[in-house]
Design a protein around this ligand. Structure first.
Ligand code: ADP
Length: 717
């Protein structure tokens, strides 16, 4: 019904569909109600007409003579006809426009009839005004039009041909009908103003009601969301406290045992207990990292890097870290490639490994028997090539209804899972965000009782010109955490350790002094600046968040005072954003806290290698970590060593000629190729050399180049 809206005031144009609907409903109710009132009125008027014809007519038309007046028949028949149609329409077509129009016409025709029956008495003319006012109850200006036209026409025609019938006189002036019509139009105007005002108010009312309803809906949604969030939070807290308590029990319990019974237990038991404490600490650390990641994801601050790295190395690392757990559980863990293996891809190796650790870790966690297979392949059917890593298990599976939900934070397929297997329900939520941030996706298919297959896809960057293998070289070793942390000699190295945490300072000093370094401690940035001015250090390990003077300002001041040696930032979470901030302050490297002995030694041995005169402390020969007793692998390593010989000469030539582009290319090659053939020692200096060359810092490129040359002297088959 568009008609009611045609008359809305300009200020209220374009009401929303919801407002229009509400208004239309409201008008419909008014129309139907008024139809019903008129149906009753019509019946009453019919009876009223008969009464008038019976009592009044005989005393009007022919003086005081009384007889059964013919008007009585007119009242009965004419009134009946006039009332019948509108009553029928009000019953059968209530609320429709034709019904209103018929009612309006009948109503004023009733006025004419009554005026006629009353012998044109002027008092009866008031019925016309009453009828129009009553019709205004429709709040529809349209009904006034036919009513007014009928009144005017009736007065005009009867005034000319039968003035007694309408004015009660035998002769009436020619324009008397116009005067009557004029008064009717005057009433129309007044009624029109009232109707339009009433319509405007109804529109406003509809708007407010709709707004109120919308607010109510929003409020209900907000209450639902708040209740859901509250339930999730409580569940999360319960999960977290379970997850934190378990390793904490291990740490506290075994520390107590060591403190109390250290003299009575065997060295082997001491080692076992310490390993449990270490593993529990790692577990807590990964939990905290997950929560931090999630808060970063929720704040849209997850940043990823894109650097050249070996996909085979990353997957192998993740598999080898978790192999122990799988073996302990008696579950097989296999890893293979479908098709060619690119030597390098461009992605964020840290995040990719994190994603794979979660998927493979889950597969082991939820598989009691059978095996887990990790299959990697490059998919070229998409707009850009993708690396797809499939993790298939033969575990408990996931119900179809939960397949999407498990990617939401804190959601687990089955609440009893936490009690049985542990976990917080964060890993997959983070994993999917990581996969998407790396230009891909994370999907799952599963059958309850048979197993699940998770597929992580990530963009590889352009693979044009990237070398490929047919078979993955079998890598040994694995996560740096598994490496022997004592295999490092830092004799003679002067290290300044800056950290506000007493335990951290003590721990790092212990690790460094064991490796032969000389250590000075500073508890905040200001003390560090003072010490760095008084004494000379080979390396500064700098915590970034400290009271008095933080690590950023302290590094900047140390640099201002002429310190050119390496400053290693100790950051809680070595993310891209943090790194840039540290770099700006003048840091040269990063270590994530808590500091791992292996990582610390690996980093510092890089510096010791660059120090003249200290290389004698290092083992003279460096061998590939690949199993070179395998003839094919041996050939690959041999080939690398030959190429390395040529490439290092080319690097020196490029540096001499100042050809930094060529130098960057050569360093890039070494960065990828060195690690792949088991000489990880080249990765850091090659990466540093590439960065210096790309940034046009020829002078800075000299130190890593020298390191590479020295390392090359020491590599053997
Ligand atoms: P968590 O493992 O810490 O609970 P995740 O986000 O990694 O958190 O996993 C969420 C849920 O998805 C798990 O609790 C489990 O119910 C389900 N799930 C994940 N991986 C597997 C799998 N390989 N097999 C069966 N269920 C799985």
């Amino acid at each position: 019904m568009t008609w009611p809206l045609l008359l809305r005031s300009p200020a209220n144009q374009d009401p929303s569909p919801a407002v229009q609907q509400r208004l239309t409903d409201h008008y419909q109710r008014i129309y139907r109600r008024t139809d019903r009132m008129f149906a009753v009125l019509m019946a009453l008027q019919w009876i009223g007409g008969i009464v008038i014809a019976y009592y009044v007519s005989p005393h009007t038309w022919i003086g005081a003579t009384s007889q059964v007046h013919p008007h009585l028949w007119m009242a009965i028949v004419g009134g009946g006809v006039l009332a019948a149609l509108p009553i029928a329409m009000a019953i059968f077509h209530s609320g429709q426009l034709p019904t209103r129009v018929v009612i309006a016409c009948s109503q004023v025709l009733f006025s004419s009839l009554l005026i006629h029956l009353a012998g044109g008495r002027i008092e009866t003319h008031f019925h016309v005004f009453g009828s129009l006012a009553f019709l205004a109850a429709y709040r529809d200006p349209l009904v006034l039009l036919p009513a007014t036209l009928i009144v005017a026409a009736d007065h005009l025609i009867r005034g000319v041909f039968w003035p007694e019938s309408v004015f009660g006189v035998t002769t009436a002036t020619e324009w008397r009908w116009l005067e009557h019509a004029g008064w009717v139009i005057f009433e129309d105007i007044v009624l029109l103003i009232i109707i339009l005002e009433s319509r405007r108010e109804m529109l406003e009312l509809a708007r407010h009601t709709v707004q109120l309803e919308e607010r109510e809906d929003e409020l209900e949604l907000a209450i639902d969301a708040a209740e859901q969030a509250n339930r999730t939070k409580s569940k999360f807290l319960a999960n977290m406290s379970h997850e934190i308590r378990t390793p904490l029990n291990g740490i506290l319990g075994f520390t107590d045992v060591l403190l109390r019974d250290r003299d009575s237990i065997s060295p082997q038991e001491v080692d076992e207990n310490l390993n449990i404490i270490r593993r529990s600490g790692h577990h807590l650390l990964s939990l905290i990292n997950d929560v931090l990641d999630l808060s970063k994801i929720e704040a849209d601050k997850l940043q990823v890097e894109s650097i050249a790295c070996s996909p085979h190395q990353i997957i192998s690392d993740a598999v080898s870290v978790l192999r122990v757990g799988a073996t302990e559980k008696g579950v097989g863990l296999h890893y293979r490639w479908d098709g060619h293996i690119p030597e390098t891809i461009h992605t964020d190796p840290y995040r990719l490994k994190q994603l794979l650790l979660n998927l493979i870790g889950n597969a082991i966690k939820f598989t009691q028997q059978g095996s887990i297979v990790v299959v990697a392949r490059v998919e070229r059917k998409h707009a850009q090539p993708l690396l797809a890593v499939e993790v298939r298990d033969t575990g408990i599976g996931i119900p179809a209804a939960k397949l999407e939900e498990i990617f939401r934070p804190f959601v687990q397929a089955d609440d009893s899972v936490t009690r049985k297997f542990g976990g917080t329900g964060l890993g997959l939520a983070i994993g999917r965000q990581i996969a998407e941030a790396l230009g891909g996706s994370l999907t799952v298919t599963s059958t309850v009782g048979k197993g699940s297959t998770f597929v992580a896809r990530i963009a590889t960057g352009s693979l044009d010109g990237v070398a490929t293998y047919d078979q993955p070289p079998q890598l040994v070793g694995g996560d740096v955490r598994e490496s022997n942390p004592t295999a490092c000699d830092l004799t003679g190295m002067n290290v300044l350790v800056v950290d506000d945490g007493d335990t951290n300072r003590k721990l790092i000093r212990l690790l460094l002094e064991r490796a032969g370094a000389k250590v000075r401690l500073a508890e905040n940035g200001q003390v560090a600046v003072d010490l760095a001015t008084q004494a000379s250090f080979d390396v500064v390990l700098m915590d970034m968040q400290m009271p008095v003077l933080d690590g950023y300002s302290a590094t900047a001041r140390i640099r201002e005072r002429g310190f050119t040696g390496p400053v290693v930032a100790l950051t809680a979470h070595a993310m891209k954003g943090d790194r840039e901030k540290c770099e700006l302050a003048g840091c040269t490297d990063y270590l994530s806290k808590p500091v791992e002995a292996g990582e610390l030694y690996a980093l510092l041995s890089k510096y010791i290698a660059t120090q003249a005169g200290t290389t004698t402390n290092l083992p003279t020969e460096i061998r590939s970590m690949l199993p070179t007793d395998d003839t094919e692998i041996r050939e690959i390593v041999e080939e690398f060593l030959d190429t390395l010989e040529v490439k290092t000469i080319e690097m020196q030539q490029a540096w001499d000629a100042g050809d930094l582009d060529a130098l960057a290319d050569l360093a890039h090659w070494l960065r990828g190729a060195g690690g792949t053939v088991g000489f990880a020692c080249f990765s850091n200096p090659a990466s540093e050399l590439e960065d210096c060359a790309k940034q046009g810092h020829r002078a800075n490129a000299s130190a890593p180049l020298q390191t590479i040359c020295e390392l090359r002297e020491r590599v053997v088959l």
